[in-house]
Design a protein around this ligand. Structure first.
Ligand SMILES: [Zn+2]
Ligand SMILES: [Zn+2]
Length: 240
């Protein structure tokens, strides 16, 4: 498995950190978690085109996680090569309505030459070509989900969230946890900071934890992070 961190930022525009998005290559599947602003271009910078992606997981509908979904779908129709590879979009309750809304505004996002499946999940598991995808509800928005992908190793993504028992289950024993830690110290509803994330990590015991969804407050952070924590950076690649 190979994880590329496309962006480690938030909704606050930053020259250092792009919008939060991750590309996980597991077996033959290329899974994109969240498609925030400028992610389509970011993918290209990392060597991938929209036509390479098999699965998109939308953790929730906030703009920093979804703005480039229409750009993505548009490029599948009108890019250098029209897409033929099937595409699956997985999201929490309301994902069909969300996609329907995009189609109303931008009719050009409807697939022209490929099969699009939209899967609504708030919890549970599904198998995709040898990869197990598990979905857990997380505490942020009504539709918010975290995702856990297992091939030989397990990588879990929290999406935006506060502490919850389901979050602990999502992270339990993962080889790598890609965890939102929006602020180093400040407490903000619906998000984690170092202390609340540490509560999750103590219970769930993931082997490694990459911090992401980093507010610009992190730019002034002078502390030292110890294992299993690693501060995420845009473009970082991890082989598992
Ligand atoms: Zn966010
Ligand atoms: Zn959010």
């Amino acid at each position: 498995m190979k994880l590329t961190i496309l962006g480690t930022g938030t909704s606050t525009p930053s020259l250092k950190r792009g919008s939060p998005s991750y590309l996980l290559i597991a077996g033959k599947q290329k899974i994109l978690v969240d498609v925030g602003p400028a992610v389509v271009r970011r993918l290209l910078e990392c060597g991938y085109a929209v036509t390479d992606i098999d699965v998109i997981v939308i953790t929730h509908f906030h703009v920093d996680h979804t703005a480039d979904l229409s750009t993505f779908l548009f490029a599948c129709n009108y890019g250098e090569q029209a897409r033929t590879r099937p595409l699956t979009i997985i999201g929490g309750p309301g994902i069909r309505r969300f996609y329907g809304g995009l189609k109303k505004i931008y009719r050009w996002v409807a697939p022209k030459s490929y099969e699009l499946s939209i899967v609504t999940m708030k919890s549970g598991a599904l198998q995709l070509n040898g990869i197990t995808i598990e979905i857990y509800p997380v505490k942020h928005n009504k539709e918010s989900i975290g995702v856990r992908a297992t091939e030989r190793k397990t990588v879990a993504f929290t999406g935006d969230t506060a502490y919850s028992k389901d979050l602990v289950k999502l992270a339990a024993g993962a080889d790598l946890l890609v965890a939102e830690c929006s602020f180093p110290f400040r407490t903000v509803k619906g998000h984690l900071n170092l202390e609340t994330l540490d509560g999750v990590v103590r219970e769930a015991r993931p082997k490694r934890v990459i911090l992401t969804h980093l507010d610009p407050e992190w730019d002034d952070f002078k502390g030292i992070l110890h294992a299993p924590y690693l501060l995420g950076e845009d473009g970082m690649t991890i082989n598992l």
